[in-house]
Write a protein that binds this ligand. Structure first.
Ligand code: NAD
Length: 586
């Protein structure tokens, strides 16, 4: 499977500098005198121009050489936004490898004789190793290739690379998902056969879809859909568009969906999907063609009674509208219930947008009661100010809390007198970040996580609270808005320190609960008011919270283990009942 990666800004700068050495009108290297070697010329010029130590420039060059050696395709997005993205031809990619070799400390292809970058040497080496046998024409061709490559690199803005090398994500999320299952299985004394079955997804479909791109080229994108377990009902889970999405990641997410729907008592199983693409570099038309083709390719795998996708990272209500439309066209009649998270005017549910944060607010209210904590005036820090973070801040403030700190990927702000969530959002919309908001002192994300507050809501990314900072967390309660923001080692530390943690599969399950409501409304073709949606959500969440707390007390475990025990038991019991076997004794 191809993996797409973006070269870093520093790597792109280095490539542009290499090109500059051979350019007709060099911008940086015009006045340079001779150096002892091309390698030294590049390293010292880069070091001086970009003000980094030579050692770092050397490391950068080596890393770039390794990456380009593994590249299957290289796309150049020009700095001028009006020009189209260009794919390097096969010969240009080879020439690029020759060029990087030329500047390396120990060149393997180009034995440089000169004391300065020499385009003739480059063309000679290319021709000698890779070019056609004809000496004269071959050399002229090599010169044309290098000139074209230099021009493209000089005008590059961002460089994307596709490689067959596997993307290693550390830690592997599927291994993590299995560990959590194993802990619950041991506590439940789960039958080994059922345990073994739950350690594997039911089925995985991988599809390759050819898409006509705006520049007239056809590109093939790899997509996948994983059905983890459907013992409790049709499978449900989002579709992620990301360059580096892997089968292990999608499988882990599908497993988590299985536990999330089970723990809150929905009659659904778990699934997840992904397409390896970079939506940031694709036009709306390309994304629509990709979505429709992917839908056709997985159409036998999805359906209102079998598997119901939803939006996830870099997919949204529009993506779901395209999927529903394509699927309906294939059937010859409307099938609104095939996906959820749709726009409200084509079968979406009222209240879906804030559902995750509303569910989180309900568990925080339940958690405060459990801890005998007064919610009025309780101080809250929220990491991440996107859909989940902002709405959580707003809804918790509406319930009497004081939002003292919020952050986004650029950093955070703190005000012990409280921040106004709407005004902070307005500032973020105007400037791109919460940072710089007039009534907040700038803090780092690390400071936010360890700031003085009663309730901490990590609502950004995974692996934020780790063994390195868990001992400094000062909150009394943590409600996980994001998926997996606390590592297992940190879990232990927080539990020992008596910090009450409401795990993600309960705390952020409001989204999937309202997705389920959307599907129910689609099937009835009868739609609820926002108030009805909110009330039903409250019922589901409150019941789930109470059930998990009861397992927690009975087995004297932390809330995460209790939530997994409840979810795994429900799925295992359904599997056994369906086969006429006795469930797990309570
Ligand atoms: P989003 O893209 O709307 O917002 C993410 C926010 O996190 C942005 O403000 C971004 O700037 C910030 N961020 C990124 N890196 C950060 C960092 N290092 N430090 C601090 N902030 C950082 O996404 P979202 O929909 O709000 O989702 C947030 C999390 O909640 C994700 O883990 C997602 O999987 C999870 N989640 C979302 C939903 C949902 O319905 N949206 C449901 C369940 C779980």
């Amino acid at each position: 499977m191809l993996s797409l990666t973006e070269l870093s800004v520093a790597e792109t700068d280095l490539l542009r500098l290499m090109a500059d050495f051979f350019a007709e009108n060099p911008k940086i290297t015009a006045g340079l005198e001779s150096y002892t070697s091309a390698h030294y010329a590049l390293v010292s010029t880069y070091s001086e121009h970009f003000e980094v130590p030579e050692q770092e420039a050397r490391r950068l060059l080596e890393g770039l050489r390794e990456k380009v050696t593994l590249a299957q395709y290289l796309q150049i997005e020009p700095s001028d936004v009006n020009r189209k993205v260009e794919l390097l031809s096969e010969s240009e990619l080879i020439m690029l490898r020759v060029m990087i070799d030329y500047f390396s400390e120990n060149p393997k292809i180009v034995a440089s004789n000169s004391h300065f970058a020499d385009a003739d040497e480059l063309a000679d080496a290319y021709h000698w190793f890779f070019g056609p046998p004809d000496r004269v024409d071959g050399n002229a061709l090599a010169r044309r290739i290098s000139a074209e490559l230099v021009k493209k690199l000089q005008n590059s803005g961002t460089i994307h690379m596709e490689t067959l090398a596997s993307v290693v994500s550390t830690p592997n999320p599927y291994e993590g998902a299995l560990k959590q299952l194993d802990i619950a299985a041991e506590k439940l004394n789960l039958t080994p056969m059922i345990h073994e079955m739950l350690r594997h997804p039911m089925r995985i479909l991988v599809v390759n879809v050819p898409i006509l791109m705006d520049d007239g080229n056809t590109r093939v994108f790899t997509g996948m859909r994983v059905h983890y377990n459907d013992a409790l009902g049709p499978t449900k889970g989002g579709i992620r568009y990301h360059p580096n999405v892997t089968i292990d990641e999608v499988t882990a997410l599908a497993a988590w969906m299985t536990w999330k729907t089970a723990v809150i008592g929905l009659p659904l199983g778990g699934a997840k999907g992904g397409v390896r693409c970079n939506p940031k570099t694709m036009s709306n038309g390309e994304l629509e063609r990709l979505t429709r083709s992917y839908t056709r390719a997985i159409s036998k795998f999805i359906g209102p009674d079998t598997d119901i996708p939803a939006p996830d990272v870099y997919t949204n209500a529009q993506t779901m509208a395209w999927m529903m439309d394509e699927y309906s066209e294939m059937l010859g009649h409307n099938a609104f219930g095939v996906v959820t998270g749709k726009p409200v005017n084509v079968g979406g549910s009222l209240g879906r947008n804030e559902a995750t944060s509303l569910g989180l607010t309900y568990v925080v209210i339940d958690g405060a009661k459990h801890l005998n904590m007064e919610l009025k005036g309780a101080t809250v820090a929220v990491q991440g100010y996107g859909n989940v973070g902002y709405n959580a801040a707003r809804l918790l403030r509406d319930n009497g809390c004081k939002i003292v700190a919020v952050s986004d990927s650029s950093g955070g702000i703190y005000n012990s007198n409280g921040l106004d969530p709407e005004l902070v959002l307005k500032h973020k919309e105007e400037t791109g970040s919460v940072l710089g908001y007039r009534k907040g002192k700038a803090i780092s994300n690390e400071e936010l996580l360890t700031s003085e507050c009663d309730i901490l809501v990590p609502a950004a990314l995974e692996n934020q609270i780790t063994k390195n900072n868990a001992s400094r967390v000062r909150a009394k309660m943590i409600a996980e808005g994001a998926n997996g923001p606390v590592t297992p080692e940190a879990d232990e530390i927080l539990f020992t320190r008596g910090i009450f943690l409401i795990p993600d599969i309960v705390a952020n399950s409001g989204g999937v609960a309202v997705s389920y409501f959307e599907q129910v409304q689609n099937q009835m073709n009868y739609y609820w008011t926002e108030e009805e949606v909110r009330n039903r959500l409250k019922d589901v969440i409150d019941k789930a919270f109470a059930n998990v707390i009861s397992v927690m007390k009975q087995h004297k475990v932390n809330m995460r283990t209790a939530a997994y025990m409840l979810a795994v038991r429900r799925v295992a019991d359904a599997m056994m009942t369906r086969k006429g076997m006795k469930g797990i004794p309570t």
